[in-house]
Ligand binder design. Structure first.
Ligand code: ADP
Ligand code: MG
Length: 327
């Protein structure tokens, strides 16, 4: 047995980064979420070799002030929350201030940005968690983040990455999902020089789902005590039976909600997208570093509302499933 010692800073950084950044998709997710939080109307993602060689996310959002660039790449540094109270009233996708620090710790990352209030832009270059350069540059409004050689300094994790095509598929799936909930934004995905997705802004979630599925979705709705649920169903059985769930515009994975969809849809096969909106204080999004899981204050009510909304999409008219669920 040896004595207890503090881990060196470098090791701590990599452990923390590993919780947030698992694969190229994690980088794309974090960067696209930042673009959305920055109010971008246009978000373009480009990849080389499924993101294993490089990833570029460019947006026309409000940008990062030059003076803030060195802060942006520090852990637990964020412009989105200020206090513990804010943690229970999250209105942005990001809030932990870890993504850029984590990406910067396990890659070569370059951020170019111009803030809406500034005349010139700035550039910051990080490699393995070190800032190598930070200076002013001319550029248009918005932000471009370029991430090269992900996990170059974490070979064990690099080995776990799949073939480029498989990594690209995950990213493409993610962007298609984002285009459903952020249907008023314009997303493109370019892979090895080829434009593989071009999701133009549309007027509603329903239109976005129609663009994705190639058919008119069936819609169900239910609202109860401040919880609102809209469900879209492809209405045909040749889908993969996918269930995509958003809570306050955040993509989440939740077995309770899946069970509600499964239970209420019965033999009605097809793909589902479920949008749940509720007061931010009724949902805890700070469960996991990747924010893919949430905790509800009233999980039974969530179940009932989703159940009812799904039933109304497939055409079952009941007392919104409540009595059934609690029976
Ligand atoms: P978080 O999103 O949790 O705040 P990040 O590490 O992802 O943490 O980003 C740190 C900060 O950098 C953000 O709070 C934001 O102020 C700024 N930032 C990051 N990406 C962008 C972007 N694309 N546009 C404008 N600001 C950004
Ligand atoms: Mg973020």
């Amino acid at each position: 047995m040896s004595r207890i010692e503090h881990l060196p800073q470098e090791v701590r950084e990599k452990i923390a980064a590993g919780e947030v950044i698992e694969r190229p998709l994690s980088v794309v997710k974090e960067l696209v979420e930042n673009s959305i939080d920055a109010g971008a109307a246009r978000i373009s993602v480009s990849l080389s070799q499924g993101g294993k060689s490089w990833i570029v996310v460019e947006d026309d959002g409000r940008g990062i002030p030059f003076e803030d660039l060195p802060m942006a790449v520090l852990r637990y540094a964020t412009s989105k929350i200020k206090s513990l109270d804010d943690l229970f009233n999250i209105r942005s996708l990001g809030f932990r201030g870890e993504a850029l620090a984590s990406i910067g710790a396990v890659s070569r990352m370059e951020i170019r940005s111009r803030f809406e209030g500034d005349d010139v832009g700035g550039l910051i270059l990080c490699e393995g968690g070190e800032v190598l350069a930070c200076h002013r540059i001319p550029r248009q409004l918005g932000t471009t983040v370029r991430v090269e050689e992900l996990f170059y300094n974490l070979p064990a994790r690099r080995k776990f990455l799949r073939a480029a095509a498989a990594e690209t598929r995950r990213i493409s799936q993610f962007i298609q999902e984002m285009s459903l909930v952020w249907h008023d934004r314009w997303f493109t995905l370019t892979s090895d020089g080829r434009r593989i997705l071009d999701r133009r802004p549309v007027g509603s979630k329903r239109e976005a789902a129609q663009a994705l599925w190639g058919c008119e979705p069936r819609e169900g709705r239910m609202e109860m005590d401040g919880i609102r649920c809209v469900t879209l169903w492809s209405g045909h059985g040749d889908g993969r039976g996918g269930m995509v769930i958003f809570v306050n515009q955040r993509r989440v994975w939740d077995t309770n909600i899946r069970a509600a969809i499964q239970g209420a849809s019965g033999s009605a096969r097809g793909d589902w997208v479920v949008f749940i909106d509720l007061p931010p204080e009724d949902v805890d999004v700070n469960v996991h570093p990747t924010k893919g899981e949430v905790r509800f204050k009233r999980p039974r009510d969530i179940f009932s509302v989703v159940y009812g909304a799904v039933q109304s999409a497939v055409g079952i008219v009941t007392m919104a499933g409540r009595s059934r669920v609690e029976a």
